[in-house]
Design a binder for this molecule. Sequence first.
Ligand code: KDG
Length: 315
Amino acid sequence: QLDVVTFGETMVLFNPEQMLPLEYNHKFTKQIGGAESNAVIGLQRLGHQTGWFSKLGDDPFGRYIHKFIRGEGVDTSRCLYTDEAPTGLFFKEKKSPTNMQVYYYRKNSAASLLSADDLDEAYIANAKMLHLTGITPAISESSRQAVFKAIEIAKKHQVKIVFDPNIRYTLWEQDEARDVLSQMAKEADIILPGFDEGEFITGKSTPEEIAECLSPNKDKIVIVKLGAEGAYYQNGTEQGYVIGFPAQVVDPVGAGDGFAAGVISGLLCNEPIAEAVRRGNAVGAIVVGTNGDVEGLPSKEEVERMLKGESDTRD
Ligand code: KDG
């Protein structure tokens, strides 16, 4: 049995070697990034069994992504290929340490052809948790349908749904995004919004109000990420703040996926919620120290050292 199954678009990332405007950058490092695969690669490194699938282009970039993720130990047996569209790409642009932007080349990509018919019900039914992000419903109508079909399957088989909004404002209209993300949040058991995302979805302006609005009956776990400050959590019986770890930020992209991996890992190990959130904070703080979306995801031992305050063992 897999602990966590996820699906969604993973792209080849071209990461510039120099801190320059993109048009003046001549050298790039080829890496990968995708919120869903980032999260399960993180979980795999923390010792869990996970599965990821997507529709990849039948091209060298598709094969590169597949091999990379499989190489991390993630089960990719349900991964599909198409020759009807190419694998999506994205580029980062770092003009200065605090000025970072992302350029997507993913419109009509292979992953956007993913549809509800591509889901293997038994595969999802057999997992403990289904991890979904708000990126998948934004990339195409058919992948949005796949998301809602997956939710139906998870509900039918009592698979817990973890929802990380991961809002990408460049991919869809705001009203449409709010509507779809609210529907996903209603169906989820565990919701992991960033503070701004929680504000966007609920219209509320404090972590407490956001959590209350997303789970008025307190039947869900809601964890509102507060960046460097840490996070606020609410479940059926407890709520509170967990302070973050000091971090040296080299590349903030992927921090939220690392946080999700840490929290889910803690919950899978039946840790008290505040401990699981602390684990999420630790993974997030470690991930931002590495230039890439997945390369810095830590091993279990590395996280334990951070949790014990042995920060000198870093780098
Ligand atoms: O959360 C990190 C992701 O943003 C990145 O890896 C790429 O999936 C991606 C996206 O849609 O931006």
